[in-house]
Design a protein around this ligand. Structure first.
Ligand SMILES: *[C@@H]1O[C@H](CO)[C@@H](O)[C@H](O)[C@H]1NC(C)=O
Length: 441
């Protein structure tokens, strides 16, 4: 099925109206971050055992001396404002125009998510202007956010799904559906028995991110288009293929992509286990769960998320994606290297993508009522801990430009070792921190 964009010329920007209409359909999200009261960190090295309830007040006091009570809503708003003043180019209506275009697709998704979670419209005019301007700006693409690669198209299409969620404006969904049709043209049975190519013209590489974004998009469209069967079938087919494609390694983590043999069969190419590849798949499986009510999808997602939280170099050659204090690190370019510019401008945004997708999983698990740990939210503690750490150790407090400017964030959420070079904020590091912060709202 190929949807035509019949509304393209009529794209009505009645966003504010839509928001007013959709308020009340949204559920409430959790409150602010409070200091740990349990004194037990599942993955950290500070475990002191589970404290009885009577000791909670003392635990609270002891911890709050070390860790401030971070309000993720206020921190996220400050991070958006700083991202706008440091990186937004109002002439071109995009952040950091010389950086890769997809980074702005991730940034805008988190700005929209901020409004969705806080029931506010603070940035609605801005994101509306960005969509209008960027609609024709996909690099090498065909307009309407159809880019030269399926993953770049997918990021922006998912941003429009979120825009539909907060505005109820069907034109955003139509654009996302047009992008799905465009991406699906890059699906082929051979090689690998299925999968989406990431590079549209060359058709040489089936990788994890393009397929994860596609599954999330197709399932999300199904969940928002009454009576659909086509998107659901495609999403289920693509996940079934992905799960047995070889992309998930023996340690339960997802490598970058597949390599093919002459006979058309494929195998894991062993390229890095980037955090965003462990992340988008979680959001995709949440959408599939909502589409089907099958908790098997949540179990598949938990297996991947747990593999990240328990990752260590000893496990089948995977790097550790968390440090000794359970703070997420970009294992293949960070850790000790994070401070010395090991992650490039693309890679700097990956961790935030993992975190907002992990929060989507945590919320789905809580609403399904299938986990008894930590108030039914098995990842809430991990999210809180990372938010607090980034706020304390990676947030600029001064006025010294991109290196330390107020509410600009560096790449290393666990902080830099003393004596290491100071970090510099980029659109990647800032949008990554924003993805983390909105996970706590
Ligand atoms: C916006 O970006 C363009 C292209 O990179 C650049 O020429 C221009 O100076 C930028 N404008 C501002 C206000 O930064």
């Amino acid at each position: 099925m190929r949807l035509s964009l019949t509304h393209a010329g009529l794209w009505c920007l009645c966003a504010a109206q839509g928001v007013a209409a959709s308020v009340g359909h949204r559920h409430q999200h959790g409150g602010s971050i409070t200091p740990e009261t349990r004194g037990h960190e599942a993955h950290g090295h500070e475990a002191r055992g589970h404290q009885p309830h009577g000791h909670q007040a003392r635990g609270h006091e002891a911890r709050s001396r070390r860790d401030p009570d971070v309000d993720p809503r206020a921190a996220a708003k400050a991070a958006i404002d700083s991202m706008n003043s440091a990186f937004f180019n109002s002439t071109l209506a995009v952040w950091a125009p010389t950086d890769p275009w997809w980074l702005s697709g991730v940034a805008i998704t988190s700005v929209i998510d901020y409004m969705r979670k806080t029931d506010t419209t603070d940035y609605l005019d801005k994101v509306t202007a960005i969509f209008q301007a960027q609609r024709s700006q996909a690099p090498g693409g065909a307009g309407d956010f159809r880019a030269e690669s399926t993953d770049d198209t997918g990021w922006w299409a998912l941003a429009m799904v979120r825009m539909f969620d907060i505005t109820g404006d069907r034109h955003y969904l139509d654009l996302a559906a047009g992008d799905e049709a465009y991406i699906y043209q890059s699906w082929s049975e051979k090689p690998c028995g299925g999968g989406i190519y990431v590079d549209i013209a060359a058709r040489t590489y089936k990788n994890a991110i393009a397929n994860e974004l596609y599954i999330k998009l197709a399932a999300a469209l199904h969940n928002r288009i009454p009576g659909d069967t086509v998107y659901l079938e495609r999403a289920k087919k693509a996940w079934k293929w992905f799960k047995s494609s070889g992309m998930i390694n023996e340690g339960g983590l997802i490598n970058d992509g597949l390599a093919s043999r002459k006979d058309g069969t494929c195998f894991n190419n062993g390229l890095p286990v980037w955090t965003y590849n462990q992340g988008v798949v979680l959001g995709a499986l949440v959408e599939l769960y909502h589409a089907t009510s099958s908790t098997g999808y949540l179990q598949d997602a938990r297996a991947i998320a747990d593999a990240v939280l328990s990752s260590s170099p000893s496990k089948r050659g995977n790097p550790s994606l968390v440090d000794h204090a359970s703070i997420l690190t970009e294992g293949d370019c960070s850790g000790p290297r994070e401070a010395s510019g090991g992650c490039n401008v693309d890679q700097q945004i990956f961790k935030g993508v993992f975190m907002y997708n992990l929060a989507e999983l945590d919320e789905a698990i809580a609403r399904a009522g299938i986990d008894s740990d930590d108030g039914g939210r098995p990842y809430a503690k991990f999210l809180r801990k990372n938010i607090r750490s980034a706020y304390v150790h990676a947030r600029g407090k001064g006025t010294s430009g991109l290196a330390g400017g107020a509410d600009l964030y560096g790449v290393a959420w666990g902080g830099l070792d003393p004596g290491r070079a100071q970090w510099t904020a980029t659109l990647g590091t800032q949008a990554s921190a924003l993805g983390l912060l909105i996970s706590g709202i």
